[in-house]
Write a protein that binds this ligand. Structure first.
Ligand code: HEM
Length: 171
């Protein structure tokens, strides 16, 4: 067990590996690949929707002519659906390989970056987006919104990269 991993997390992961649920996920020939494919579909829904808003904030992309609040409302169900798929499929895959995932630092970098993307969205929502009425139709959003957009794009790309690296470095 790596020294940075809390003991309770290590024991929880070991327990999860031994549950009948973990066994089924691990031993079925089709279950894991099907769930992993759904995980990739979830990324498409989530990240495409997030990028459409991020690009709109810079006055580019296919929705550049739309008011920002309309874009935000349009993407919301895709983000929620995509994130739900990610959470469910991610937990299913984790339960198949819980201990070796938990001791892999890339897994935790990815989880912290998911948390970061959520915090970035909350800050945007409760600060600059509160005033959206003032800049709704402006081609280029205010600097605060653009900082949110850049962080969002960078972090989503980071999460995908870390997800792939984590898969690749699973031992
Ligand atoms: C929220 C956005 C997320 C994104 C963008 C994302 C991205 C990725 C990517 C790109 C991969 C590699 C897929 C492949 O190699 O075929 C992956 C795999 C994986 N992800 Fe996620 N993920 C997300 C959320 C989660 C969550 C919430 C969990 C767990 C609670 C999770 C657990 C896993 C696991 C266990 C794997 C499989 C590793 C393997 O055996 O190959 N992911 N993810």
């Amino acid at each position: 067990m790596p020294e940075w991993l809390p003991g309770w997390m290590f024991h929880f992961a070991q327990w999860l590996d031994q549950t009948s649920f973990g066994h089924v996920m691990r031993e079925s020939l089709y279950l894991f690949p099907v769930v992993e494919t759904l995980h990739v579909f979830g990324i498409v829904s989530l990240v495409t929707a997030a990028f459409l808003l991020d690009l709109r904030l810079f006055g580019v992309g296919p929705m550049r002519g739309m008011p920002v609040d309309r874009v935000a409302r349009w993407i919301l169900p895709w983000v929620v659906a995509g994130f739900t798929v990610q959470l469910v499929t991610g937990i299913l895959m984790f339960s198949a390989e819980a201990t070796r995932s938990a001791v892999n630092s890339f897994f935790w970098y990815k989880m912290f970056m998911i948390l970061g993307v959520g915090i970035n969205a909350l800050i945007f929502h409760f600060t600059v987006y509160k005033q959206v009425g003032k800049w709704n139709n402006a081609r280029m959003a205010p600097i605060g919104a653009r900082i949110y957009g850049v962080l969002s794009i960078v972090m989503w790309l980071g999460i995908i990269t870390l997800g792939r690296w984590f898969s690749f470095h699973l031992t």
